[in-house]
Design a protein around this ligand. Structure first.
Ligand SMILES: [Fe+2]
Length: 204
């Protein structure tokens, strides 16, 4: 059975339908397509009564909780205090999507050689999907808190981090095809502050 956060099932006004398509609640392992992931995050972000009572913003670390885990999808709610950002990471080959429920975040996109390719700003209401090879960093570089909702399919794949984490180091490895480092963390961990610092150097 899928695991659902109480925010999704606490009362009839918040029941799962129509926010979560049936394929995202499946007990059979599989992958949900990008459009479905993006639409799911956008739909949830667009209903503050689901996430507003749950979300926290902590100055000491990014705050997060899982809203859904099934055999096909995991969905996370993340609170960003000003100045917080992820490491550069991929999602272990999972498809992903991110929607901004409030505030704004910037997304630095990288190629597979860890070279930064572009920076995009995502504001309240924006929703984007990204493919299995997507590499990025997400940051709240503004003065206000931000809240985002993320979905990944398939769920719980080990993500990978850039071997060198500073901007200067990332530039230094441009064009050298540095292999990614696998760590035993799920995709959301890159968005989860302390966990990133604890796991970034781990390998398996
Ligand atoms: Fe990510």
């Amino acid at each position: 059975m899928p695991l659902l956060h109480p925010a999704l099932v606490a009362d009839p006004a918040r029941h799962v339908e129509p926010f979560v398509p049936t394929e995202c609640l499946s007990d059979e392992p599989g992958t949900v397509d990008l459009a479905t992931l993006r639409d799911l995050t956008a739909a949830l972000a667009g209903v503050p009564r689901i996430w507003r009572p749950v979300i926290h913003h902590r100055p000491d670390r990014r705050w997060y909780t899982r809203l859904l885990l099934s055999a096909t999808v995991e969905v996370w709610l993340i609170g960003w205090y000003p100045g917080q950002q992820t490491e550069v990471h991929d999602h272990g080959g999972a498809l992903g999507a991110m929607a901004v429920a409030e505030g704004r975040v910037e997304e630095d996109r990288y190629d597979r050689n860890w070279a930064i390719t572009r920076v995009r700003e995502h504001v309240t209401g924006a929703a984007v999907g990204f493919g299995a090879a997507h590499v990025h960093r997400v940051a709240n570089r503004g003065l206000e808190v931000a809240t985002t909702i993320h979905a990944y399919s398939p769920p719980e794949l080990p993500m990978r981090f850039a071997p060198a984490q500073s901007d200067a180091d990332v530039r230094a490895v441009i064009g050298t095809a540095v292999p990614m480092t696998a760590v035993p963390m799920t995709a959301v961990a890159a968005h989860a502050g302390q966990d990133v610092a604890a796991g970034a150097g781990a390998t398996r």
